[in-house]
Ligand binder design. Structure first.
Ligand SMILES: Nc1ncnc2c1ncn2[C@@H]1O[C@H](COP(=O)(O)OP(=O)(O)OP(=O)(O)O)[C@@H](O)[C@H]1O
Length: 504
């Protein structure tokens, strides 16, 4: 693998944003028909590298060659040569699926007629597991996972020789991830496509890639054959030291006190029916299931996001069924969305402003916001969520994806909710910061007796962060068990097959 002539070769790439050096002289070679993983902490420079390779960001210095040609930097590269599947989805909701796939394609001229492309786009959608999605469906009807698959289809439809995927699996369930991986493996073996994938999930890197490159603080740290690496060695290269993960969290639920959350007859007809559930103060509960299984919808319904939900929700013994996010906030329920760009953060506002935006009362006196109070509270929140406090005055859009996620978390925690609901809590967060965030969430449960419910498709996260695991299959609960009583196999069995009598 390492001896083949590179299809793509980049040398000495440098990029600074103001005082931030995103890349400090990065080299990378990609062979034809390899799957190459890019690993590194949040802010290491992975997305910047990918955007430079795609011509979306102009570097301050460096050279790029693809298929033996020098490619001018800072201009979008021919999509038949190289396509990027971006981290933040670029699907346009009010366009149809076919238009989203064809957008920007070389064959599309000023007079765009869909007819000639229908068969090709259909075939591409089928290949990424979207057989059920009609070509003319408006993209706004798609789930987040389906949008991600349309993005991948867009790259494939152009026949790109190099496909760059920036965290393509962050919003997908295990079944969907497997489908995407099967597509990527086929592209590699049948078309000799070169694929670069950024992922914070190390099991994916090991399952899929031939080689791995690690970046740290904008520098190239190593490139190696994946088979020659261990997980520990990879983590050490990424963060410069060991990280402790995988400990079983002790249960800190307060027993003998009234439940924090009690649900009675809670259901969304036709979608899911929750058991009559009660959750104690200080308990951390993972809701696990495929997208659409009910686990995800249950979480959203508790935040008032699912109109039509029936039943009653009580907090500390008082009925507080929310019908909207503002009602949820008023009742002491905070929600962290999985779609941080659309619903998690204000991208154009400073990081500090974002962090305190829900609690202006805490940083104001006589109706006036006190800048010193904003700075003090924002600094405290930034520190506890591993965000660099020096960057508080900068816009959230200048942060890397994982660091934006930390802002989204800090903003919700600032509310000091009694019930904190988290949808994919550490989506895109690197492995080191993830452990810090779990410790912080654990402290909120333990010290402040906050109750946390989270939905996650990441089983490592479920096992590391929860006290209790509730699994769902096709709209119904399968199991409600203490964390110590389940493992990855039993959870997978539940969410893929349901209870045994369903599987039989
Ligand atoms: N448009 C921008 N303006 C200012 N700073 C930026 C901009 N884009 C990126 N940066 C900074 O450059 C550095 C590298 O960011 P990049 O997005 O490449 O990291 P990453 O490795 O992809 O991180 P993540 O894993 O969180 O996605 C970060 O410090 C980031 O804040």
């Amino acid at each position: 693998m390492t001896t083949r002539a590179p299809l793509l070769s980049a040398r000495g790439l440098k990029k600074s944003y103001g005082g931030v050096q995103a890349l400090r002289g990065m080299d990378i070679d990609l062979a034809e028909g390899e799957i190459h993983g890019l690993c590194g902490e949040n802010g290491a420079g992975k997305s910047t590298l990918v955007k430079i390779l795609g011509g979306f960001v102009t570097p301050d210095d460096g050279e790029l060659g693809i298929a033996g040609q020098i490619v001018p930097l800072g201009r979008p590269v021919d999509p038949a040569l190289l396509s990027i599947v971006h981290q933040e989805l670029s699907i346009i909701p009010h366009l149809s699926v076919i238009d989203n796939v064809m957008m920007g394609a070389r064959d599309v001229r000023a007079l765009y007629r869909r007819g000639p492309f229908r068969a090709h786009v259909r075939q591409t959608l089928d290949a990424v597991g979207l057989q059920h999605v009609p070509l003319d469906l408006l993209a706004e009807k798609l789930t987040l996972a389906e949008r991600q698959l349309v993005e991948i289809a867009r790259g494939i439809a152009r026949g790109a020789r190099v496909l760059l995927l920036d965290e393509p699996t962050a919003t997908l369930s295990d079944g969907e991830i497997e489908k995407v991986f099967a597509v990527l493996r086929r592209l590699k073996s049948e078309n000799a496509t070169t694929i670069v994938i950024i992922s914070h999930r190390l099991n994916e890197i090991f399952a899929l890639t031939d080689r791995v490159t690690v970046l740290r603080s904008g520098r190239h740290i190593l490139t190696a054959d994946t088979a020659d690496l261990t997980s520990d060695a990879l983590v050490r290269a990424m963060i410069g030291h060991e990280v402790k993960t995988g400990e079983i969290a002790p249960s800190h639920a307060r027993v003998g006190v009234a439940p924090r959350l009690a649900l009675k007859d809670w259901s969304l007809p036709g979608r899911f029916a929750a058991p009559d559930l009660s959750v104690q103060p200080g308990e951390i509960v993972a809701l696990v299931g495929q997208l659409g299984s009910g686990a995800d919808m249950l979480l959203e319904s508790l935040a008032g996001l699912k109109p039509g939900t029936r039943g009653t929700l009580s907090l500390d013994g008082t009925e507080a069924t929310p019908r909207s996010i503002p009602e949820a906030y008023a009742a002491g329920i905070a929600y962290v969305s999985e779609d941080r760009a659309a619903r998690g953060v204000f991208l154009d506002a400073p990081i500090g402003t974002n962090l305190v935006s829900q609690v202006l009362g805490r940083v104001s006196r006589a109706g006036r916001v006190l800048p010193s109070a904003v700075t003090a509270l924002a600094t405290e929140l930034a520190q506890s969520f591993a965000i660099d406090p020096a960057r508080l005055p900068h816009e959230v859009s200048t942060l890397s994806g994982g660091n934006q996620q930390k802002v989204s978390l800090g903003k919700a925690v600032a509310l000091g909710p009694r019930l904190l609901l988290l949808n994919e809590p550490t989506r895109g967060v690197d492995i080191g910061a993830r452990s810090e965030i779990y410790a912080r969430l654990r402290a909120l449960a333990e010290r402040d007796a906050m109750t946390l419910l989270f939905y996650s498709t990441d089983l490592e996260e479920v096992l590391e962060a929860s006290d209790r695991v509730i699994t769902f299959y096709r709209g119904a609960m399968v199991r409600d068990a203490a964390r110590a009583e389940v493992d990855a196999d039993s959870i997978l069995h539940d969410i893929l097959h349901g209870p045994d009598e369903v599987a039989a």
